[in-house]
Design a protein around this ligand. Structure first.
Ligand code: SF4
Length: 390
């Protein structure tokens, strides 16, 4: 076996918590993170088929097919691929260990929701969630360890930014969840876990391509969420795969959105709506707006009317998500009657709106909450997450 070096340069990464996460150099926005170059083991999931071929250059050529088939079609860990010689399996496991080590698994909703907290080779922590529904099974993946966007109501935002994930680290979350889902089949992937996917666009898009090309998921079953990074939306528009775009909106006027979602100060609503319109026009994909309902903050009649005015021209669908409850913060998710009233108001205005069930609130199944609790009391979790359960 022609072994490649067991490390890779993953590009500039950032250790420790963000000192000033509201503006972050990690996402190209200018800021004060201290960049370091980190070396991490290359996992098999970081390697595309050609790279696996190089790795196995001294093996019979059919070994690449066996390994590829085992990892992606069958979805087995390499240690269980018994059609490979034991010595080769041992060497692959030693030189290219999995990126994700499970440190916590929580199950709720009668087994229909499973949430993992993983630790990565450098100690960074990320989360993924598997959600079974009657007609589909969804995996929600993280694209960054932490997040620099600093949305005030979000557990991940409160914890700051650590680093971008590699495409293999993103892909492996799907592979591991898929193994756990058997005999059910994972058929829907949402990039809505920890982090802002557009701030790690290259690796996120590489994972999208691998999910589509290597794991056979249709572009329609892939959804990338953003809090509104316009350059990322534009890059998605220029790419070939017509994946779904979900914009975490949460406010339909700049004054409120500046407060809830600080990146709005850089990319205000008018420009954001223009980028969304271009995406819809070019890709012909449905756009959705995610709206975390916060009691008395963005669940008023005037909020519904402003939101409706943004949705109409874009024919956007609205997903309403009451914020997950978390301890220690006064502002709460909207109570059920206000959620219903807000949804009804939107519908009367002709907007398609769906109230999403808050899956896994008893296991902190929202971005950043599990990680925050595992990290101990120094990380203050305010309101929890906006992440929907699609
Ligand atoms: S809501 Fe999303 S973009 Fe905002 S801080 Fe949380 S993970 Fe980051």
């Amino acid at each position: 076996m022609a072994m490649r070096p067991g490390v890779q340069e993953a590009g500039p990464t950032f250790r420790g918590e963000c000192r000033q996460p509201r503006i972050c150099s990690a996402s190209g926005l200018g800021g004060v993170h201290t960049p370091t170059v980190a070396w991490r083991p290359v996992t098999l999931y970081d390697l595309d088929r050609d790279a696996l071929g190089t790795l196995l250059a001294t093996e019979p050529s059919f070994r690449v097919d066996q390994l590829w088939d085992g990892l992606y079609r069958q979805g087995h860990p390499v240690a269980e691929l018994t059609n490979l010689p034991a010595s080769l399996r041992r060497q692959l496991v030693t030189d290219h260990p999995d990126a994700l080590s499970e440190i916590q698994r929580s199950v709720s909703d009668g087994g229909e929701t499973v949430k993992w907290l993983w630790t990565l080779a450098d100690g960074a922590k990320v989360e993924s969630v598997l959600m079974h529904y009657p007609r589909r099974t969804t995996v929600c993946v993280s694209t960054q360890a932490g997040c620099a966007m600093a949305c005030d109501f979000c557990a991940t935002g409160q914890a700051g930014f650590t680093r971008n994930l590699t495409s293999g680290e993103i892909l492996e979350q799907v592979v591991r969840a898929r193994q756990s889902a058997v005999p059910r089949r994972v058929d829907n992937i949402v990039f809505m876990g920890m982090g802002e996917p557009m701030a790690n666009f290259d690796n996120t898009w590489a994972a999208v391509q691998r999910l589509h090309h290597d794991m056979g998921l249709s572009a329609r079953s892939l959804t990338i969420s953003t809090v509104g990074l316009i350059p990322g939306i534009r890059r998605m528009t220029a790419e070939d795969l017509p994946v779904n775009l979900a914009v975490s909106l949460h406010a339909a006027d700049d004054a409120l959105r500046d407060r809830l979602v600080p990146i709005n100060r850089r990319y205000p609503l008018g420009e954001l709506m223009d980028a969304c319109a271009e995406y819809v026009e070019v890709k012909r994909r449905r756009l959705s707006f995610e709206w975390a309902l916060i009691d008395g903050v963005n669940d008023r009649g005037e909020d519904a009317e402003r939101l409706s005015a943004l949705c109409g021209p874009l024919r956007a669908h609205v997903n309403l998500i009451p914020l997950n409850p978390t301890d220690g913060f006064a502002t709460r998710g909207s109570p059920p009657q206000r959620v219903s009233a807000f949804a009804d108001h939107l519908r009367r205005l002709g907007i398609n709106a769906t109230v999403r069930a808050n899956r896994g609130t008893d296991i902190d199944a929202a971005c950043g909450q599990l990680s925050a609790s595992a990290n101990g009391p120094e990380i203050r979790v305010d309101l929890g997450s906006t992440r929907p359960t699609l």
